[in-house]
Structure formats: C-alpha cells, structure tokens
Design a protein around this ligand. Structure first.
Ligand SMILES: Cc1cc2nc3c(=O)[nH]c(=O)nc-3n(C[C@H](O)[C@H](O)[C@H](O)COP(=O)(O)O)c2cc1C
Length: 191
C-alpha cells in the first residue's frame, strides 16, 4: 500500500483504512445497484493524495464486460474532475451511508477549482494501493482501472428527449473501469 506522508492526519487516515476496510469479491456486493447509484449517489475520485479531485455522480453502472467486473461512469468535460480522470489511469467510486448526504451534496454542487472539498466536507482522503484515492468515511470503495472511454455522440441518441440533458452540449465522457478491488467497511465500523 502506498502513501504520501504529507501530514499526521494523512498517516492516521492510512492506518484507519488499513484496519477498517476489507477486500471482497464484487459478487459479495449486496446493494441494489439502482438504489446505490441513483439514490445513494457516489463520489468519483481520481488522482493521488498529492493532487486529486472528487465529484458526486448518480449516473453509471456496474456489470460485466470483456469477462471482467466493470464500473462505468459519465463525466462532463466541464467538471474539474474531468482533468483528473484524464491524467490518471485509475479512479475510485466511493459509497456512503445517509449520514454523509450533505457531504455528497457539496461535492456535487461546488467545484474543486475553487473549493477544498476535503476541508468543506470533513471527508478524509486516503491512499489505496497503486495511487488510488478514496475516503476514510466511505462504507464501500470500488478501485477501478480505466479500460475504455468514449464521448457520448448526440447523433447516436435514439430518443430525442435525451438531448435536453445537454443545453450546453457538454456531452459526457463515459469511462469504463475494471473493478480491481472492492473494499467494504467492516460491519461494526459502518456508520
Ligand atoms: C446527485 C448528483 C449527481 C451528479 N451526477 C453527475 C454525473 O453523473 N456526471 C457529471 O458529470 N456530473 C454529475 N453531477 C454534477 C457534479 O457533481 C458537479 O458539477 C460538481 O460540482 C463537479 O465538481 P468538480 O468541478 O470539482 O469536478 C452530479 C451532481 C449531483 C448533486
């Protein structure tokens, strides 16, 4: 497990993560994926502890592609997170209990360009293996290795109503990542 010892707080977070999360196979995920993504929401995070950004997302999915467990998510090029997704070959999806709704609201309404999201939410960024960044408070983290990206092409929208999602024509870039590790918080430590 790699870590940048940038501050005592970071070190503490590292220890907490090491002791409170356990790796499980994706088949052990008990959540209903529709509720998990549409209602609970997730944080998409890319970058290392030296430089990362996160944003809330509620569009995406989990499944199987090329015989691998995958997660896919959609990031508009206007998001600050977009640059981090582009620069890094890994990202994480972090899921939280209801207690962190306000934090996810903030990460979905403020930009990392002008807001320190860790400071504003109290979420603690932690370093996973191989440069993954997630949060100590998450109840589940999916570490993903980018396999594929593609920009949504409006010419391929078969339902004409879809274009209404893009008044600024900032079509999402879809990322498909192989789920290389699924980390869940040990039962008694989930909040
Ligand atoms: C519930 C919710 C879901 C969202 N889902 C997405 C999404 O799937 N894709 C996306 O590009 N933006 C989505 N957003 C918007 C971004 O989270 C938001 O623009 C954020 O401020 C971007 O932060 P950044 O500029 O630091 O990257 C969502 C926002 C909320 C509140």
């Amino acid at each position: 497990m790699s870590i940048a010892l940038t501050s005592p707080g970071v070190f503490l977070a590292f220890r907490m993560t090491k002791s409170t999360f356990r790796a499980v196979p994706p088949t052990a995920i008990r959540d209903n994926v529709f509720k998990l993504i549409d209602s609970d929401w997730m944080l998409i995070t890319a970058g290392t502890l030296k430089g990362w950004n996160t944003m809330t997302a509620s569009w995406g999915g989990l499944g199987i592609l090329w015989n691998k467990p995958v997660a896919f998510c959609f990031v508009r090029p206007t998001r600050h997170t977009f640059g981090f997704m582009e620069k890094n070959d890994r990202f994480t999806l972090s899921f939280f209990t209801e207690r962190y709704r306000a934090a996810l609201n903030l990460c979905g309404t403020k930009s990392g360009r002008d807001t320190d999201k860790a400071r504003a939410t109290g979420l603690t960024p932690v370093a996973g293996r191989r440069g993954f960044t997630s949060f100590a408070q998450a109840r589940m983290v999916l570490e993903c290795r980018k396999l594929y990206f593609q920009d949504l092409n409006p010419k391929a929208f078969l339902d004409s109503a879809i274009i209404k999602n893009y008044p600024k024509r900032d079509f999402h870039r879809m990322y498909i990542g192989e789920i290389t590790r699924c980390l869940v918080k040990k039962e008694k430590e989930s909040e």
